[in-house]
Ligand binder design. Structure first.
Ligand code: GDD
Ligand code: MG
Length: 357
């Protein structure tokens, strides 16, 4: 149990890749399987025995404290530190330093859904007497992440953020263990990227950076496709979380939702509060935010339907994002990563495959 470890979660990013959903909510506050995504992460941190969690906030900073308050409901002590100007990942870590009391600090990107054993990551840190330990995973598309080659002893050899030609498929999973003194050595009061400045600088200075590699469940929730798939994995119990507001299964149906008995709702779909789904509709691996309406024989697959948005009778919405209160007219067909902005009303019978509207 990590009682002597404190956690920092970086939640200050603007979530641009998730627009328009992040126009009205910060990325870690978007609902995933019925609760703000961050609740899943904090529940895992709490389960590992960490009792104090400090959030480094910037974009929509007040929404975090408004929702989580003192942290009592999650069984931990929560503290909120606001950056007036975004300080980046390293600046965000430095900015919370004065609120930390522990010698060993777990730092998390606030948008990663992960099943790793946090105790094992801290064990690696202590066993190797590292300055920083990085949780690493293997992925198919390492170019989208921080590429981190290690030697046979697990020592980090390099840190290459979003490089065109990654030398390995092993990447930074967005969870670190820091020795407190390393946090204090990050420059204060200006933007710093932990990935582009701090880690390469530490390596150049001969610091010991350890890699902890495992094959736990892992997904960065930063794009609509990942958010939708991650949420479905939470609903189906594939991604572990103690914060799931119901039993794991093919669908999570929240209070006040009305689903016609002839509709099919499956694939880890979340049906938000007060949602209505009409006869013969098919909703698969989707996120229906509160108050959304899916009409008769409509098809929604791997998509997000925003709060109060409508998918009218016979419309198809595949791999797309429909903003809050927007409407997709009857028999419309949307595919290919379409994003409909909030309040936009699409007339019936349209066929659209990007660009955004
Ligand atoms: N406090 C604060 N201030 N937090 C920030 C800021 C800031 O200025 N900028 C970004 N963040 C937070 C985001 O909210 C997010 O939780 C985290 O830092 C990482 O930012 P992303 O924008 O999601 O980065 P990424 O996904 O492109 O890349 C990062 O994560 C990958 C793993 O998911 C990097 O750390 C990569 O190296 C890593 O592989
Ligand atoms: Mg990310």
């Amino acid at each position: 149990m990590l009682h002597d470890v404190e956690a920092v979660v970086l939640v200050g990013g603007k979530g641009t890749r998730l627009r328009p959903l992040t126009l009205s909510a910060a990325k870690p506050m978007l609902p995933a399987a019925g609760v703000p995504f961050l609740a899943h992460l904090i529940s895992r941190i709490r389960q590992a025995g960490v009792r104090r969690v400090v959030l480094g906030t910037s974009y929509m900073a007040e929404t975090f404290s408004e929702h989580f308050g003192s942290g009592a409901e999650l069984g931990c002590e929560m503290e909120y530190v606001v950056e007036d100007q975004p300080l980046g990942t390293g600046g965000g870590i430095r900015n919370v330093a004065k609120h930390l009391t522990a010698e060993t600090v777990l730092v998390f990107n606030g948008d990663v859904l992960c099943g790793t054993d946090l105790t094992a990551v801290v064990d690696t840190h202590r066993r190797t007497e590292a300055d920083v330990t990085l949780h690493l995973v293997r992925v198919l598309n390492p170019r989208a992440f921080g590429c981190v080659p290690t030697d046979a002893d697990g020592r980090v050899l390099d840190f290459l953020e979003k490089t065109e030609d990654p030398p390995t498929d092993q990447i930074n999973a967005g969870c670190y263990v820091f020795r407190r003194s390393v946090i204090d050595s990050i420059p204060e009061g200006r933007p710093v990227s932990v990935e582009r400045e701090t880690f390469p600088g530490l390596l150049a200075a001969g610091a010991r950076l350890s890699g902890h590699v495992d094959n736990a469940y892992w997904r960065d929730m930063g794009t609509p496709a990942d958010l939708v798939h991650g949420s479905a994995d939470l609903v189906r119990g594939i991604a572990p979380s103690a914060a799931l507001p119901g039993p794991a299964g093919e669908a999570l149906v929240l209070e006040g939702a009305e689903i016609d008995p002839t509709a099919f709702v499956l694939g880890g779909t979340t049906v938000g509060r007060g949602v209505r789904i009409g006869p013969g509709a098919r909703v698969e691996g989707a996120m229906l935010f509160d108050g959304a309406v899916v009409g008769e024989k409509a098809v929604v697959r791997h998509s997000v339907i925003g709060a109060g948005a409508r998918v009218d009778d016979g419309a198809w919405v595949i791999d797309s994002v429909i903003g809050d209160r927007a409407a997709v007219g009857a028999h419309c067909e949307l595919r290919g990563g379409m994003r409909v902005w909030p309040d936009v009303q699409l007339p019936p019978h349209g066929v659209r495959f990007s660009p955004d509207v």
